[in-house]
Design a protein around this ligand. Structure first.
Ligand code: ADP
Length: 435
């Protein structure tokens, strides 16, 4: 049956190389259980007779290589079995990458650096997750590089990040996010500040390359880079920039022949550009759906996820104790720029901000940069001081109230006061705490 289910338990017999696709109705939960055979969800194996719970709006595919029986309990919007899946092609892609890793191991070279590109809603994140889970199941230690500032799978929206993958993604929760390296971008679209976006891509590439130099497993494991769905104009240029910054070996283009041809034309000949079909199961998400997903990601950061509850703290921060910046001055016509200054300079400029009421509900990144005046700040590692833009973020807070009279703001923070650092960067992104 292609329709949804009213809430009871429904059994599905899956033949080999087919998948059960389902969507959880909004405001509902659905339990999945593997009754017999073998099956996986986006590359992570299911344990037999364990009940997996998926929340409101989840869109899931249960794939089986050899056949299985599963049951669904709860209200689904749709639930159907499809034999038409690109999984075999994805598996072959994984096999080719694994061969590159074996060769890298033999020849003392580095493993494959893979960039996954395509328009929005073609299953880029899902393909990244699949390839990473398959690699880690073979004992590899690949790195996930998350450049999708709209829908990050690693941190809150408005960030780019890198994460070493040590175990397959959890079926319900995705990859375990411990100690990711996160940078502040500040908005959900790279177009808001493409110079900064490209700069952060370069930063991540540099940090990853440094890690590969000292960590053989990371080097052989390579990386899988998830990108934004913006593939035209500056968005396209950002992909080309990323390919060069990371010196990628393989580009997987999902679903768009035009993008495939453009990249084949513009990237060096030794980069393998591969066109892959998208899965018919990938569901388009509208604007509201995306906004909800972003909100949920921020809520999770402060309040936790499913079984694990966090208890965030609220406290006052004096304006005089922090320095707040916005990155990028409003752009002005070229003719008005001071002599010797370019637009790049304005996009990467740190603009000090005096807190006002309009700061309420904004998410702020707490920069890891050493506070001014400390010894460490004066002589960072290697004697060179890292700038605020190139410094990772150590956490996020939300401004819940601003009192301009008293010169204090109230913030929501994952940790009790005081703030670990005092340089704060404003995001365009707002979060209204309804708890
Ligand atoms: P993108 O990264 O290109 O925006 P995603 O990988 O996030 O796309 O996929 C969009 C949505 O489709 C996600 O909710 C994902 O869980 C779902 N999805 C992906 N593949 C399948 C599939 N084969 N069957 C059902 N849902 C899927």
């Amino acid at each position: 049956a292609a329709g949804g289910s009213a809430g009871g338990s429904v059994r599905f017999e899956l033949e080999k190389e087919t998948e059960l696709r389902f969507e959880v109705e909004s405001g509902e939960k659905v339990q999945l259980e593997l009754l017999s055979g073998l099956a996986e969800v986006f590359g992570s194996e299911l344990t037999r007779n364990k009940k997996y719970t998926f929340g409101s709006g989840s869109k899931i595919a249960v794939f089986t290589w050899h056949g299985c029986t599963v049951s669904l309990t709860g209200k689904t919007e749709v639930a159907y079995v499809s034999r038409d899946t690109p999984m075999l092609l994805y598996l072959n892609t994984h096999a080719a990458l694994e061969q590159m890793r074996q060769q890298a191991e033999r020849d003392n070279e580095r493993g494959p650096r893979v960039m996954v590109v395509g328009p929005t809603d073609v299953g880029k994140s899902t393909v990244c997750r699949l390839l990473l889970s398959y690699a880690v199941r073979l004992g590899r230690r690949p790195t996930l590089v998350e450049l999708d500032v709209g829908q990050s799978s690693v941190s809150v929206p408005g960030t780019v990040s890198a994460l070493c993958i040590e175990r397959p993604a959890d079926v319900e929760e995705g990859f375990s996010v411990q100690a990711p390296l996160v940078y502040h971008f500040g908005s959900t679209s790279p177009g808001t500040n493409i110079k900064l976006y490209n700069k952060l891509t370069s930063c991540l590439a540099e940090v990853f390359s440094q890690r590969c130099e000292v960590n053989r497993k990371a080097s052989v494991g390579g990386c899988v880079i998830n990108t934004c769905g913006w593939v035209k104009g500056s968005g396209y240029q950002a992909l080309v920039h990323c390919a060069s910054a990371f010196e990628v070996d393989v580009v997987l283009v999902l679903d768009q022949e035009r993008l495939y041809n453009e990249l084949k034309r513009d990237l060096p000949y030794f980069v393998k550009v591969v066109l892959l079909p998208k899965s018919g199961g990938v569901v388009e998400r509208n604007k509201d759906c995306r906004r909800e997903a972003r909100d949920e990601k921020i809520r999770e950061y402060f309040y936790g996820f499913r079984g694990i509850s966090f208890y965030p703290h609220a406290f006052d921060v004096r304006f005089s104790d922090v320095r707040i910046y916005k990155i990028g001055a409003p752009s002005i016509p070229d003719s008005c720029l001071p002599l010797g200054m370019s637009q790049d300079d304005t996009q990467l400029k740190l603009v000090p901000v005096t807190p006002g009421r309009d700061l309420t509900h904004h998410v702020l990144s707490v920069s890891c940069v050493e506070d001014e005046g400390t010894e460490a700040a004066a002589s960072g590692p290697g004697g060179k001081r890292r700038g605020i833009l190139e410094s990772p973020v150590c956490g996020f807070i939300v401004v819940t109230a601003v009192d301009t009279q008293a010169q204090v703001m109230t913030v929501l923070s994952p940790a009790p006061r005081p703030l670990p650092r005092h340089t704060l960067l404003i995001m365009d992104i707002r979060f209204i705490d309804l708890k």
